[in-house]
Design a protein around this ligand. Structure first.
Ligand code: ZN
Length: 171
């Protein structure tokens, strides 16, 4: 397993749409492992393949990724995920490994049902709520070339973009 470099806003690949995965072989399993390892090392709870420059519909999630979390790790891999049902509304504080040192509350559906393939290519379905649902919606946005910044109200989004542009200049 290796830790991959995570692309940072405003890298152009973060704005591209990812393609569905068709090959469920060793290469995909290895990429999923690398994504998980990268997510653990960088301290996130979710990571999408386009964030490491691979435009594939593949995301990994572990709500218990944090070192402080007392529950055992629970790695999940979602290939070609699609939301087939959504309901309710929730406001959850989000961050992103591609937008470091910035968090904001984002409005999402409170409950979702997703259909996806596991890493072996078998179809699965899951119903998710609250943090799990928000996390998946955030990662699915990456597959569409969208960042959580674009889900913020316009004024807030402008402020954030200015701040991030300044940060990028001083780096
Ligand atoms: Zn993200």
């Amino acid at each position: 397993m290796s830790v991959l470099p995570v692309l940072q806003f405003p890298h152009p690949l973060l704005r591209r749409k990812s393609r569905p995965v068709e090959d469920f072989g060793e290469e995909l399993a290895a990429l999923a492992d690398d994504l998980l390892e990268t997510m653990y090392v960088k301290g996130g709870i979710g990571l999408a393949a386009p964030q490491v420059g691979q435009l594939k519909q593949l995301v990994v999630v572990d709500l218990h990724a944090s070192e402080e979390d007392e529950q055992p790790r629970a790695p999940r891999v979602y290939v070609n995920p699609a939301i087939v049902d959504r309901s309710g509304e929730t406001l959850i504080e989000e961050g992103c490994l591609s937008v470091p040192e910035f968090t904001a509350e984002v409005k999402r559906a409170r409950r979702i049902v997703i259909q996806f393939r596991n890493v072996k290519g078998e179809p699965e379905e899951e119903a998710l709520e609250d943090l799990a649902a928000a996390c998946l919606q955030h990662e699915l946005d990456h597959l569409l070339g969208k960042l959580f910044l674009e889900r913020l109200p316009p004024l807030k989004r402008q402020m954030v973009k200015k701040r991030l542009a300044k940060l990028a200049q001083s780096a």
